[in-house]
Design a protein around this ligand. Structure first.
Ligand code: MLT
Length: 264
């Protein structure tokens, strides 16, 4: 791991492996780079894997207030500059990492060789969901990260993952509890104001892999299927036995699917 300055802040990043096609793995909310450990171990034998903690998460610097999906996308472009990654990359994001992925395509299309959107949505929050997020942002600053972890945890994993991989689930819970509350609040405010991307989705003009866990309760397969249907060059992967954290819950199916997509 290393700390990399992107101008106004330092990002903590795992930069491992060399050769091949650089893959940028972007975590979900409120997690950090370790949710991709089963991918960084697997892909770094042949590819360069770049796995940051986003602004406000893990050991990266924290910005108070609001951090938009657009800002996160710009942060990632600056990170690639700082790491001297000039060649086109595969962007692989999960959930909030996917919301950022749409913006990365919009703002930094020239840097993309392909897009992998996992367990994510193109629709914005409903009015009610946005209001809940804003409330959550106020509350987390006062009460700390614990209640966000309590609220998120039951929705992240398939029932069989909770039964069969309790240590991995416990590790993710620890990360959520350790995430800085100001970082959670800033990202929650940013997600509440994210744009409706569904209108633009058919303009996605890079090879795209759409991945969803069979039992995802946050970005359900039916909703993700409409995303895949709308994107001209989309490949579809439904991960059996997995919930919202498909790459972590069933890494064998996910890694095989991603490896195949990369060589297409
Ligand atoms: C995530 O996993 O990043 C979150 O579920 C995103 C969200 O809360 O919309």
């Amino acid at each position: 791991m290393k700390m990399v300055s992107i101008g106004d802040i330092n990002l903590n990043v795992l930069d491992r492996g060399s050769g091949g096609i650089p893959i940028l793995f972007v975590h979900g909310f409120p997690l950090d780079h370790t949710m991709w450990r089963r991918q960084s171990d697997y892909f770094s034998d042949h590819e360069r894997v770049i796995v940051p903690d986003l602004r406000g998460f893990g050991k990266s610097g924290v910005t108070k207030g609001t951090v938009t999906m657009e800002q996160h996308a710009d942060d990632l472009a600056k990170l690639l500059d700082a790491l001297h990654v000039d060649e086109p990359i595969i962007y692989c994001g999960l959930s909030m990492g996917g919301y950022i992925g749409w913006q990365f395509w919009k703002q930094h299309r020239e840097r993309l060789r392909g897009l992998v959107q996992c367990d994510t949505r193109a629709l914005p929050d409903t009015k009610e969901a946005a209001a809940n997020r804003l409330q959550q942002a106020e509350r987390v600053v006062v009460e700390g990260s614990g209640f966000v972890a309590d609220a998120m945890l039951p929705r992240l994993f398939a029932a069989e993952t909770i039964a069969e991989q309790p240590e991995m689930v416990a590790a993710m819970e620890r990360i959520m509890r350790a995430t800085p509350s100001e970082g959670i609040a800033a990202a929650a405010r940013g997600m509440a104001m994210r744009e409706n991307f569904i209108e633009q989705i058919e303009q996605i003009d890079v090879p795209t892999l759409i991945v969803v866990g069979e039992h995802d309760a946050i970005a359900p397969p039916e909703e993700m299927q409409t995303i895949a249907d709308a994107i001209p060059e989309a490949v579809w992967l439904q991960v059996p036995g997995a919930g919202h954290m498909a790459p972590l819950e069933n890494p064998t199916v996910f890694n095989d699917g991603l490896a195949e997509f990369i060589t297409m």
